[in-house]
Design a protein around this ligand. Structure first.
Ligand SMILES: [Zn+2]
Length: 197
């Protein structure tokens, strides 16, 4: 039996992280009953984002171009490559105004429990980027959580094996801390005091 369109909607909403059957149901009823305009906007912007966004060939973040504006900007220092987990982390570092290099966005972190290993994370693309002959230092700015630390550790070993210098943000960022929730002054300090790995 094909599910009704209501069932299909509730089921589709469950693809969002942390959304179980109950909250999916609440969301579906809310959209249909209370905010049909919002529902249309959601559907249209999802369609548009899915068809127009791709990963930047250089930094892996989402962009409508083949190469994003930041990577294409000749004012940025191409000798520095800062590796972050998510675009929100990149935004936090940009806010500090303390960094003029380029970025690589992992779009995740190593997480063996969720089945995310080096291959799933696409580390090959990062390693190719880091060994382009222009990059002189890779700054590992993954979060100071267990998974972020494990990711930084693995990357430092892979980079060392390829003769690329790697550094890590200093511990101004609290243990267990996520960049997204850290103030920009602390991040700026951690960048300046980064340590060589
Ligand atoms: Zn880019």
């Amino acid at each position: 039996m094909t599910p009704s369109s209501l069932d299909a909607l509730i089921d589709a909403l469950r693809c969002l992280p942390g959304v179980g059957p109950k909250s999916a149901q609440r969301m579906a009823y809310y959209l249909l009953q209370r905010d049909q305009r919002g529902a249309h906007r959601l559907a249209e912007s999802l369609e548009r984002a899915l068809s127009s966004l791709q990963h930047c060939e250089r930094c892996n973040t989402f962009t409508e171009e083949r190469i994003c504006q930041r990577c294409a900007n000749p004012q940025r220092d191409a000798r520095l490559l800062c590796v972050v987990e998510m675009p929100a982390d990149l935004a936090m570092i940009e806010q500090t105004l303390a960094y003029k290099g380029l970025y690589y966005v992992l779009m995740g972190r190593l997480s063996p429990l969720d089945g995310i290993g080096p291959r799933e994370l696409g580390l090959e693309k990062l390693l190719a980027r880091a060994t382009d002959g222009v990059v002189e230092e890779v700054i590992l700015a993954t979060n100071f959580t267990n998974e972020g630390e494990a990711t930084a550790h693995m990357l430092s070993e892979l980079l060392a094996a390829r003769g690329v210098r790697a550094s890590r943000l200093s511990r101004g960022v609290p243990v267990g801390g996520e960049l997204e929730h850290t103030d920009s002054g602390t991040i700026a300090q951690a960048l300046v005091e980064r340590r060589t790995l």
